[in-house]
Structure formats: C-alpha cells, structure tokens
Design a protein around this ligand. Structure first.
Ligand code: SF4
Length: 400
C-alpha cells in the first residue's frame, strides 16, 4: 500500500470572485511562517498517527501541492517544502508530483525549480479561455498567457498538464463555452477538469447570485439549467475528442488519470498538511470496529498557527461502506460489489434497499457486479450520495 501526500498552499495573487476556498492574499512574512509551520507538521505526522493507532504506509507515490497558488511561493520555499516531504517519506522514483499553478505565475525560474523538486505534473487554473470571462471573475491571465505557459512547460519537459474549466461564469454563452472547450482540446493537454460554478455563501459571486444582485457581473451569469447544459456539452465533446470522462468532473486521455485524486475516490491512504487539509489512514491491526481514521485541520489561516489542533475522527465500518459508495460512484467505472463484499462481508446487504431504490429511479445502473451512476445520476449525484450517507455528517473529503 502506498501513500499520497497533499499540501495546502492557500496563497493567491488576488481573490477570484467565485472562490469559496480557504485562500487569500497574504504578506511575504506570513507566507514564510506558514512554510516553516508546514515543515514542522510534516516532521510530526508519525507522532499524530501513532497517537490514534493509524498506519502510515509507504512509499509515497503521489504528491499534490494545491491551494491557492503554490507557484507563488519563493523558489527557496518550494524547495524547503519538498525537502521536508522527502526527509520524512520515501518518495517513489515514479511518483506523480503535481503542483497547481495560476497562468502567469510560471516564470522560467519557477519552472526550473519545479523540475529540480521532481514535479512532473502541473494543473493550470484556466477556468475560461475567453479573456472577458476570466477578467470578470478577477483572474489575472489571458488566453495568450495560458498558451504561452503550456508551451514553456512542454519545452521544459513537463507534458502532463491539466486545465481546469468552470461552467457557469458570468458572460458565458453557448458559443463562448464551446470555444473554451475547443481550445482545451486544441492544446492537446492530457487532462481537463470541468466544474460547475458553485453558488454558495462562501464566495462573493455566490452571495451576489443568491441575492439576485448585479455586483461581480452576477446578472451576466447563465442560469442553472444553462450551466448544466454546458456541463453536458463538455462531457460529450471531450469524450468525442478522446479526453474521456473518468470522474464526475475529470477527463483524461488514456493513462493520464490523476493518480492522486484517484486515491480520494477509492479510499486509498493519504496525508494532508496545512490549512483546511484532510488525511485518511487505515487503522492499525486490532483496532476493534474502526476501519480507519480521518484527520482535518482548521480552515482558518490564523487558527492554523494558534489553535492548530488536528481533528481526528474514527471511521466505523458503516461509514467506510458509505464512503466506498459515495466516493467510488463518482468514478465512471463505478464500484465493484464483489470487491466491497470481500472487504465488508454481509454488512453490504444493509444497502440493498437503497441500491434497488436508486436503480428504480434511474439514477444507478447495475451490470453484473458493478454499480455505476447513470448520466442522469451524474447530474443528480449529490442526491444519490446523500441516500448513502443517510443524514450522518462526515468529514469533508479532499478534490477540486
Ligand atoms: S480560485 Fe484559486 S486562484 Fe482564485 S482565489 Fe481561489 S484558490 Fe486562489
């Protein structure tokens, strides 16, 4: 069993209006203190695991620096972060090592540093190839910047590139959305992520949309039905172009699925460090009734330094089964009922009624011993997952 390592770097050049993450614009001094604290947390992780009789497997086969904009870190800070990880963990020579980057932050110096740290995958927060749309949500790049970054990454040898897109941005039309999708395909990057705009209280644009206001270009945003239509069109067009959907929001050319994110959806162990970071580890042998442990840090930047206690929650067998369903069903390949039966035995029968009901509603389909979401189930996935959770609140699970 191998381990994934996630590091949260919550720093940004400016705050995008749609962003509901625990990220922001911070001074160089605070960024420096944060990196120091991260190093200390990485060094202390085995003590935390031991306290809860949780197992840290090895070696590390995926590292993911997310955020935020990790490419904003000074090159010395990037190096010290990777050094802290390599000092604590044995990192597989073929590990997938991803860094999230905002277009326009990849100077030649940063790219050289990423390479020297072993980075072999970059995820670009593009969101839209249409300059007006990107500018309206406070992104600081243009289409030309994106294409230049992709070309320079490839020139450096980093060819495993992801492009993030968001459906539902202000000013987006059928034509402009089609343009962004076609541009993503034309770049021939091997991985594309497509998210539907999240409308909630945690972002400025979300609050404005909920209030029906006009700030942040909210009145130019497509409605929910049109956003859903954009998402469906993206699935169709990307699949046809050979960038195949393998998860609700993720598409890849064959062999380029994100190893790191697959760990989240298949309940493989990972450790997260920094603000609003989550971990999942198996319970050591002999932990009666406990399948594993989930750990979560605070989502407050200041709280991370002052009351930085990591919340630990045991995962019972029942929760582990539910997680197996609502995480595994995110994948197009679905979940293998045979595999779950091997892992959980007759406890799986407790879910027969829910499964039958969801199949009857046309949200799930069963082929022999494999259970998958139908296309309609994918659109209503949260409702499907809630049926498995049955109202119990679980720790939030990592994935953007
Ligand atoms: S969307 Fe990304 S770059 Fe924009 S504010 Fe949020 S974390 Fe920062």
């Amino acid at each position: 069993m191998s381990l994934g390592v996630y590091v949260s770097v919550p720093f940004c050049r400016s705050k995008c209006t749609y962003c509901n993450f625990a990220s922001g614009v911070f001074s160089a001094d605070r960024m420096g203190r944060y990196v120091e604290r991260l190093g200390a947390d990485v060094a202390a992780c085995r003590a935390l695991a031991a306290e809860h009789q949780a197992e840290i497997p090895g070696p590390v086969d995926s590292i993911y620096l997310g955020g935020g904009t990790p490419s904003l870190l000074l090159v010395e800070q990037l190096k010290s972060l990777f050094l802290a990880i390599r000092n604590e963990f044995q990192v597989d020579a073929k590990a997938e090592i991803t860094v999230e980057c905002a277009p326009g932050t990849l100077t030649d110096n940063v790219i050289a540093t990423l390479l020297s740290c072993g980075v072999n995958r970059v995820s670009l927060g593009v969101q839209s190839f249409v300059d007006k749309e990107a500018a309206s949500v406070a992104r600081l790049h243009t289409r030309a910047t994106i294409l230049d970054d992709i070309a320079r990454l490839r020139g450096s040898g980093i060819t495993n590139i992801n492009v993030d897109l968001i459906a539902g941005l202000p000013h987006q039309t059928r034509e402009s959305w089609t343009y962004s999708i076609e541009q993503a395909i034309a770049t021939e990057v091997p991985h594309v992520s497509v998210y539907m705009l999240e409308v909630d209280e945690d972002s400025r644009l979300g609050r404005e949309l909920m209030a029906g206001g006009t700030k942040y270009h909210a009145h130019f945003a497509p409605d929910d039905d049109l956003t859903a239509e954009f998402y469906e069109a993206a699935c169709e067009r990307l699949n046809a172009a050979g960038v195949e959907q393998y998860e609700i929001s993720n598409f890849a050319r064959a062999g380029f699925e994100s190893r790191h994110n697959l760990k989240y959806w298949t309940r493989q162990p990972y450790m997260g460090f920094g603000v609003d970071a989550h971990s999942m580890l198996s319970a050591a042998d002999g932990s009666e009734g406990i399948e594993g442990w989930r750990f979560a840090t605070t989502d407050s930047f200041d709280g991370y330094f002052t009351a930085a206690e990591t919340k630990a929650s045991p995962v019972t067998t029942e929760q582990a089964i539910e997680e197996s369903f609502f995480l595994g069903l995110r994948l197009n390949r679905g979940v293998s009922l045979d595999r779950l039966r091997k892992e959980f035995g007759d406890r799986l029968d407790d879910y027969n009624q829910v499964i039958d009901e969801l199949i009857g509603n046309g949200l799930l389909v069963r082929t022999e011993n494999n259970l998958r979401l139908t296309p309609r189930g994918r659109m209503l996935s949260n409702e499907v997952f809630e049926r498995f959770i049955e109202g119990r609140s679980l720790l939030a699970v990592e994935g953007k």
